[in-house]
Ligand binder design. Structure first.
Ligand SMILES: [Zn+2]
Length: 127
């Protein structure tokens, strides 16, 4: 991995990187508050469908579930940082098209454009 030094000072890329890294460490400290380690998070299994008689299990899991959701965002941020390094930041991972700046401002680690993220939600991964 090569680091290009920009003599003009902080480039938008550096700024973006620090925004992402700041968010990442904020999320990690919130995950710690749930008392869960990232390793545990990746082992958690939410295979059962929510809705039929599993409410109590879900309630018990809420803290872990929230921690896992946060951890998923951490992973998305990691991927965004990798795309930043690769010069592919801001491009949709599915169709390769540009992600609108408006969306990136709302979610700086967004990996998909709006239509692709919408069809992914419809295809499964119901929340
Ligand atoms: Zn797309």
């Amino acid at each position: 991995m090569s680091e290009t030094i920009d003599p003009s000072g902080a480039s938008p890329r550096d700024e973006l990187r620090s925004v992402l890294e700041e968010k990442r460490s904020e999320l990690l400290s919130r995950i710690e508050q749930f008392g869960a380690s990232p390793t545990e998070m990746s082992n958690l299994n939410f295979g059962k469908r929510i809705g039929d008689g599993t409410t109590y299990a879900v309630e018990r899991m809420t803290g872990a579930y929230q921690a896992r959701t946060l951890y998923e965002t951490v992973k998305e941020i990691d991927q965004a940082l990798a795309r930043l390094d690769a010069g592919a930041y801001g491009l949709c991972e599915v169709c390769g098209g540009p992600i609108p700046g408006e969306r990136l401002r709302a979610i700086p680690w967004a990996a998909l454009c709006v239509p692709c993220s919408g069809s992914l939600v419809r295809a499964g991964a119901r929340r």
